[in-house]
Structure formats: C-alpha cells, structure tokens
Write a protein that binds this ligand. Sequence first.
Ligand SMILES: [Zn+2]
Length: 88
Amino acid sequence: MYNYKCALTGSTRNLVCHHLNGWNAYPNQRFDVTNGVVVTREVHSKFHIAYKFGNNTQAQFQNFCGLQYTIDWFSLKKIYLNFNEKTI
Ligand SMILES: [Zn+2]
C-alpha cells in the first residue's frame, strides 16, 4: 500500500510498520492493512516518544502528522487508499 516508502517522508531506509490503532486495544484491526502505516524508524520513535506505547490511536497519528510535518493524515491516507485500489 505504501510502496515500501515512508508515508510521511518518502524515505526508503529503515522502514517499520506502525499500527494506527494500537495492537492491544484494537485486536480486530491487527491484520487490517489500512490500520498500518509505513514510516521510518526515526518517525516511529518520534511518534512513540510523544504518545508513548499502548492504546495509541489514529487520532494521535493525525495530530502528530499535523504538528511535526504539517500533513493532514486522513487526507493523505485517502490518497494512498485510492491509489491502491487503482493499482490492483
Ligand atoms: Zn508504532
């Protein structure tokens, strides 16, 4: 879905998958690809330093993107999802 690039920076190095709605609180979304986002290790640490681990939500990620990258996550995600549908 994210083409092996960081969804926020476009970097192709040190990528990890972050679960938008936390693994613990939302077990039904664990394997839902639209609940994951590919980011660099650096972005990922920044997020978890700010919001800690556990009970993380997509709303936190939306906040984080706005504050750190002036990115509107929900709009960006829609673009990624549409792109994905077209390429299937
Ligand atoms: Zn994470």
